[in-house]
Design a protein around this ligand. Structure first.
Ligand code: SF4
Length: 180
């Protein structure tokens, strides 16, 4: 039987959700036996491939690169999991939204709020332009499963993934599974 093609993606987030994924500890060995990791910040793969079965998407949509990638992910993936509060609600990443737009956010962060080196980063082709408002993943593309938490705990990540590996939908039950 073909292995499940699993991807993990890091958009506008702090990587804490991926750290929680790594907290799965020895279950990662069981997981590795059942999946092919086809794209992830913990794997050196440059292009998001076709035919992905399940992807964990960490982070909100905050820049042009995220926008382009999330559309590609939707086209190429069966099941998208919004992975963590930034992906589900915008959370910390969206805290710049009250400034109004990307230019004001950059001005506040790099000029008015900076003690030294007051300079807005400008590296066309290297640093992707910010979009004006940070938005959760489902504002841009349909999402199949929501896994909130900042970050979701390792047991909750496992509870979401284990049924998917068997072709079933996860059901979160019990205090530990719905508390975050
Ligand atoms: Fe970091 Fe929390 Fe956002 Fe995950 S949900 S990327 S842990 S801030």
């Amino acid at each position: 039987m073909d292995k499940i093609k699993l991807a993990t993606v890091w958009l506008g987030g702090c990587s804490g959700c991926h750290m929680s994924f790594l907290d799965l500890d020895e279950w990662l060995i069981d997981l590795a036996a059942q999946v092919d990791v086809v794209y992830s910040p913990i794997a050196d793969i440059k292009e998001y491939p076709e035919g992905v079965d399940v992807v964990l998407v960490e982070g909100a949509i905050a820049n042009e690169e995220h926008l382009e990638l999330i559309h590609k992910i939707r086209k190429r993936t069966k099941t998208i999991i919004s992975f963590g509060d930034c992906a589900v609600t915008g959370n910390v990443t969206a805290m710049r939204n009250p400034t109004g737009n990307a230019d004001v956010s950059l001005q506040l962060a790099y000029i008015e709020g900076a003690d030294v080196n007051q300079q807005i980063p400008h590296s066309p082709g290297i640093v992707p332009p910010l979009i004006d408002k940070v938005v959760p993943v489902h504002y841009i593309v349909p999402v199949d499963i929501y896994l909130p938490g900042c970050p979701p705990s390792a047991p909750r990540i496992r509870a979401a993934l284990e049924p998917l590996l068997k072709g079933e939908l996860p059901v979160m039950e019990g205090r530990e599974m719905i508390k975050f």
